[in-house]
Design a binder for this molecule. Structure first.
Ligand SMILES: Nc1ncnc2c1ncn2[C@@H]1O[C@H](COP(=O)(O)OP(=O)(O)O)[C@@H](O)[C@H]1O
Ligand SMILES: [Mg+2]
Ligand SMILES: [Zn+2]
Length: 246
């Protein structure tokens, strides 16, 4: 047999040989479920790859940009007591989340790592297959205000902030909140409160300042947090952006 023909036969055989088929998950051959014998019956059960696949999809829907995906617990450098405590508390919070369904408040100094810790926490929750969406408070407000004239559009906007199983609202109460803002904020927070849907909130305001601004909103948030409030101490020396300068 000539060499060219031999090679062609070999190539064809390889293409059709079962070992050559590359599955992402060889265990279930990408079906997402496997068969098991339970009580004498063959039943289909979810394959472990399914959770991973769903978590990748959740990651894609998370609203996080590439740069934000680098903000993990691993990349959060601990060089003092309060950073150690903040990281440990947030990691504990993530670990217990499935039981507690609690919210998390990150409050204090600008540049101290609140957003970093918040993103690290939501990435951990996504790994554990909880859907989390990141939104900036300011752009949420703009969105709600812009659509509030049209009922249908407004409802569609509200859904973006009400539907995610966990909503990370970054820079809560940034700027000077107006009376009109309060109505929108109340709507989101009260709806999530009534549905027991947790939030991660980062804010430069203290708990006291939030309560002074609006007790109804503040007290709901505090209740949802079940004690998961992390204080980032004030002081320019705690602003990571200024390290080496101050
Ligand atoms: N402990 C830390 N280790 C590594 N990077 C940090 C740390 N704290 C803050 N950063 C980085 O510094 C920048 C500012 O932090 P950020 O989380 O945005 O602060 P905040 O939200 O409190 O204003 C970000 O790029 C963040 O990743
Ligand atoms: Mg921030
Ligand atoms: Zn599988």
């Amino acid at each position: 047999m000539d060499a060219a023909l031999l090679n062609r036969i070999k190539a064809t055989l390889e293409k059709h040989s079962p070992e050559q088929i590359k599955y992402d998950c060889p265990k279930c051959e990408d079906r997402g479920y496997i068969f098991k014998i339970q009580d004498g019956y063959e039943v289909a059960v979810a394959c472990e790859c399914l959770e991973k696949k769903q978590s990748i999809e959740k990651m894609e829907r998370s609203g996080l940009t590439e740069a934000f995906k680098q903000r993990t617990f691993k990349t959060f450098i601990v060089s003092n007591e309060w950073q150690l405590e903040a990281k440990a508390k947030a990691m504990d919070y993530s670990k217990n989340f499935k039981e507690t369904k609690a919210s998390l408040m990150l409050s204090g100094q600008p540049g101290s790592g609140k957003t970093h810790i918040g993103v690290a926490t939501m990435l951990r929750l996504i790994e554990n297959n909880t859907g989390c969406v990141y939104r900036e408070y300011i752009s949420m407000l703009t969105d709600l205000k812009q659509t509030s004239m049209d009922e249908e559009e407004y409802i569609r906007s509200l859904e973006k902030y009400i539907n995610p199983p966990v909503l990370f609202l970054d820079d809560f109460l940034k700027g000077e909140p107006t009376v009109a803002d309060r109505k929108h904020v109340y709507k989101i927070i009260n709806t999530r409160y009534l549905k027991s849907m947790p939030m991660i909130i980062s804010t430069e305001k203290s708990v006291k300042e939030i309560l002074n601004w609006d007790e109804a909103i503040g007290s709901r948030l505090i209740e949802m947090c079940q004690g998961n409030v992390i204080e980032f101490p004030r002081g320019l020396e705690n602003n990571y952006r200024l390290r080496g300068v101050i």
